[in-house]
Ligand binder design. Structure first.
Ligand SMILES: Cc1cc2nc3c(=O)[nH]c(=O)nc-3n(C[C@H](O)[C@H](O)[C@H](O)COP(=O)(O)O)c2cc1C
Length: 181
């Protein structure tokens, strides 16, 4: 094996999938792209890495809530567009023609064109690592697209991987999975 620069090590541990995070500040909605996520448990708690350099951050921390939406691979150019401009100067819903739907537990909107949406509450913040810890309050998906929809995974160097073949090892994993999953 050849040495790999440490600066590229993170690209080996591919997180998944790229998500869109909606927030509401006053009466104004915003959305950003996040690829650095981490599942924390089976109960629906997970972490996002983000911070005050993004406009969304202030609304997320002030209201302590957001929606995490899972875009399909076909939405890649919208996902990149949303993640390369700021809601401080752009209405991203108008610019990218994004549809919105009301959420049930939070003020931030659902994105019905995505494969799924999770309404979340901010329950903790690990400032040393710019990590926000979220708890899921409600989740929505489009059953018609759930099986066929392909998610997008960011490698971190401007390239992306799309879901491929699904391997079923549910029987072998049984002892490690919660009942009913
Ligand atoms: C593919 C992609 C992945 C991104 N992942 C993250 C991330 O994990 N954390 C983060 O803070 N910003 C991430 N960004 C950058 C934000 O989405 C970007 O700074 C955006 O402009 C923030 O919007 P806002 O200023 O309206 O909040 C990503 C952008 C792209 C295109």
């Amino acid at each position: 094996m050849d040495p790999l620069p440490l600066s590229r090590a993170f690209t080996l541990i591919e997180p998944g999938p790229v998500v869109l995070v909606t927030t509401r500040e006053g009466e104004r909605d915003n959305v950003m792209t996040i690829s650095w996520t981490m599942v924390l448990d089976f109960a629906g708690r997970f972490a996002l890495t983000t911070g005050p350099w993004n406009h969304s951050f202030a609304a997320l921390v002030a209201r302590r809530e957001c929606v995490v939406a899972i875009p399909s691979a076909e939405m890649i150019d919208t996902v990149i567009g949303i993640g390369t401009c700021s809601g401080a100067s752009v209405d991203k819903f108008e610019t990218f023609g994004l549809r919105r739907a009301p959420a049930s537990r939070v003020a931030a909107p659902l994105l019905p064109d995505c494969l799924a949406n999770i309404e979340c509450r901010l329950i903790d913040r690990v400032e040393a690592y710019d990590m926000l810890i979220l708890e899921s309050l409600a989740a929505w998906h489009d059953p018609a697209r759930a099986a066929s929809g392909r998610m997008l995974h960011a490698v971190g160097d401007g390239t992306f991987i799309v879901d491929g073949e699904r391997l079923d090892r549910r029987v072998a994993m049984r002892s490690k999975l919660p009942e009913g999953l």
